[in-house]
Design a protein around this ligand. Structure first.
Ligand code: DHB
Length: 307
């Protein structure tokens, strides 16, 4: 039994696509729902459709990826419509964002007013909109947007966080998050504003922002493990955690769950391998659990040992 629950939703398998991966169009979203994934996350929707940044804006490396997509998406109404017309039994998590906080609040007002009752993920950590800092790195801005949102929003809500790198940042952010009726946090978004270059041509590999972009894949797994562990040690136990960042194998997923993740999202690995990665990684986790004698995720979730 690999099931897990977040809010009112049951995920029969613990793997979901990370927002922004195979989830912009109806066809892509349906391919995730038709795979071994336990659920679907949508591309982070903005109020109006966006074309995103100029190409090339995504690049694969041996150890991961860099991207500066710039929020290309079909607009919030498209994703609400897809969900309303979907017959899937799997949970669909509606990711939402905006290029300024007022737009994020307005998007959540539309979702509150809609018939949608599922999980929603407020993205506080897009690193790729030119001139816009990540809200999750600004404590006052995070508090301000959550105050505004929870003044009216009554459906299950999670937040997607950027990676933190200092123990004091975890203390400060967890103290804020614990004050709100959050259903979950998702840690981590890409490691923002890295740089990948081609030494042969002496050139950056993506066009936007002079080549700076969000790093995903194997490079970032230790950062994801640390963030999930640190937040699990600090958040109220009712706030669940989606673990995301660099998972490429079933063992990686096992490690994130040991740190406290309730379910696990797959990003770069699905970009590189396609939705068959859900099947492979699910089997790898099942095999590892059998070898260790674990029957459910709860048998080891959060049980990381220290020396
Ligand atoms: C984009 C990238 C992100 O890491 C994110 O959280 C949201 C959007 C993007 O560039 O589209």
């Amino acid at each position: 039994d690999l099931s897990a629950t977040i809010g009112n939703e049951t995920f029969h398998h613990p793997f979901v696509n990370a927002a922004g991966v195979c989830d912009e169009t109806a066809q892509e979203m349906q391919s995730v729902l038709d795979s071994a994934a336990g659920g679907l996350t949508t591309k982070s929707a903005t109020l109006a459709p966006r074309a995103g940044n100029p190409q090339p804006r995504y690049f694969d490396t041996d150890l991961g990826s860099i991207n500066s997509m710039g929020l290309p998406n079909q607009g919030l109404a498209y994703y609400l419509d897809f969900i309303a017309n979907s017959t899937t039994a799997k949970p669909i998590d509606l990711s939402v964002t905006g290029t300024k906080p007022a737009d994020q609040v307005a998007a959540l007002q539309q979702i509150q007013a809609s018939d949608f009752t599922g999980l929603c993920e407020l993205n506080l950590s897009c690193p790729n909109v030119v001139g816009k800092p990540q809200i999750g790195y600004d404590l006052d801005a995070t508090r301000a947007i959550l105050d505004q949102v929870f003044a009216f929003y009554e459906k299950p809500l999670g937040v997607k966080l950027p990676p933190y790198f200092d123990l004091q940042q975890y203390d400060a952010m967890a103290a804020i998050l614990n004050q709100y009726p959050l259903t979950y946090i998702n840690a981590i978004n890409s490691v923002g504003n890295g740089l990948v270059i081609d030494p042969n041509t002496e050139t950056v590999v993506i066009k936007p922002k002079g080549g700076f972009g969000g790093i995903g894949g194997q490079y970032i797994k230790p950062v994801a493990l640390a963030n999930v562990r640190a937040f699990r040690q600090r958040l109220r136990p009712e706030i669940k955690i989606i673990g995301t960042g660099g998972v490429t194998t079933g063992t990686d997923a096992f490690e994130l769950i040991l740190c406290g993740a309730d379910i696990v999202e797959l990003g770069t690995v699905v970009m590189q391998e396609g939705v068959s990665a859900f099947t492979r990684i699910t089997h790898e986790l099942e095999t590892l659990m059998q070898e260790k004698g674990y029957q459910t995720l709860a048998d080891f979730r959060g049980h990381l040992k220290t020396q």
